[in-house]
Design a protein around this ligand. Structure first.
Ligand SMILES: Nc1ncnc2c1ncn2[C@@H]1O[C@H](COP(=O)(O)OP(=O)(O)O)[C@@H](O)[C@H]1O
Ligand SMILES: [Mg+2]
Length: 339
């Protein structure tokens, strides 16, 4: 690939230093993705410049005018602190006629609205847990079609905000309380789903029209003395102490029969298509003991840190980190909106 001028859009608090030296593990974790992407793009030979953004579109505008980048590498996950605004920033890039990496605005908007994406998945017969949404200000009353245990989460926030083992509710009282917590602390509508006991699988998907999937990945708690439920909470994702104690591991899923594997792969590509995703994404699923698959959610623009699930599963498919970033860049350059 020819060297490109790239602006790497990232939260202004996450603009990384030039070197890791002198920073603690926890500090590095904060901006590791930004560091890995920026420095690897440079190592490949691209002229990559960070642009820190939190609530000022002018910064993006100025970077576009001054640098005339071939591409904006989009690592933004929010604007004004609001995750669902990320699609609007990409719309702004489109209005500025700027090519960008990752997902288009419609895909971002659909995937971030968990209830709407579940309605679309259901229409396309993609199995996903039965659900009800309780809007803010609405009292949680369980519909008769939903049995306990249920799982209560935010309808729009991601990164496991508001999740803990108490998110699994087993009676109406717990349901009421957990919905109240989502409304009052996460400050979003609450999505209440059938709790699916089972293995937790992730599938990386990449492409615009022609899609490639990476090997199925699995989250495991390999040591679990006090029997905590297998849930990807913030602690499981980010807390090194919790990870050590419970042996939190993600790795290639083992012992999946070939027909089940190909069914999962087909399903994930379908999810990607019906939610109008582009660039790259990770689909989260659950597999029950009796072999039923449920799609939990689609994550456009998933975490791209070196060594994290998406890059690891790409690596397992023979796509190393530099190659992965180059492919993401060329998908961004080639993406043509059908809208
Ligand atoms: N219906 C469900 N049944 C079982 N576990 C669930 C369910 N929904 C979510 N989870 C657990 O919570 C985690 C986070 O939920 P998810 O919908 O993926 O939101 P986030 O956007 O925070 O990743 C999942 O990875 C899974 O471990
Ligand atoms: Mg998830």
């Amino acid at each position: 690939m020819n060297p490109l001028r790239v602006i790497v859009l990232m939260h202004e608090d996450l603009v990384p230093p030039d070197s890791l030296e002198g920073y603690s593990e926890t500090e590095i974790l904060e901006w590791k993705t930004e560091f890995d992407v920026l420095h690897t793009l440079r190592e490949i030979g691209h002229d990559a410049q960070p642009v820190g953004v939190s609530d000022d579109l002018g910064k993006i505008r100025r970077a576009i005018v001054e640098m005339k980048p071939h591409l904006a590498f989009n690592l933004l996950e929010e604007f004004h602190g609001i995750p669902v605004y990320d699609s609007h920033v990409v719309s702004y890039l489109i209005l500025a006629q700027q090519k960008y990496t990752g997902c288009n605005p419609r895909g971002l908007m659909l995937a971030h609205d968990k209830a709407l994406s579940k309605q679309i998945l259901t229409y396309h017969r993609v199995p996903n847990p039965k659900f009800v949404v309780f809007s803010r200000g609405q009292r949680a009353k369980r519909p008769a079609r939903l049995d306990f245990p249920l799982f209560v989460k935010s309808a729009t926030e991601d990164a496991s905000l508001g999740l803990s083992r108490a998110s699994i509710v087993r009676n109406d009282e717990q349901l009421l309380e957990r919905v109240r917590i989502i409304h009052e602390t996460v400050k979003t509508d609450a999505l209440c789903e059938q709790y699916i006991e089972g293995r937790e699988l992730y599938v990386g998907v990449m492409g615009n029209q022609r899609l490639q999937t990476f090997p199925i990945w699995e989250l495991e708690f390999r040591e679990n003395p006090d029997g905590v439920p297998l849930i990807a909470t913030r602690k499981a994702k980010w807390d090194p102490d919790f990870q050590k104690k419970y042996g939190v591991m993600t790795d290639a899923a083992k012992d999946l029969p070939a027909d089940l594997t190909s069914k999962i792969v087909r399903m994930c590509k379908r999810v990607y298509r019906v939610l109008n995703l582009s660039g790259y994404a990770r689909i989260d699923l659950r597999l029950t003991d009796d072999g039923r698959i449920f799609v939990l959610e689609a994550n456009p623009n998933p975490n791209l840190s070196f060594g994290e699930d998406f890059a690891e599963s790409a690596e397992a498919a023979g796509v190393g980190y530099e190659e992965l970033l180059n492919r993401i860049c060329s998908l961004g350059l080639r993406y043509e909106s059908s809208l």
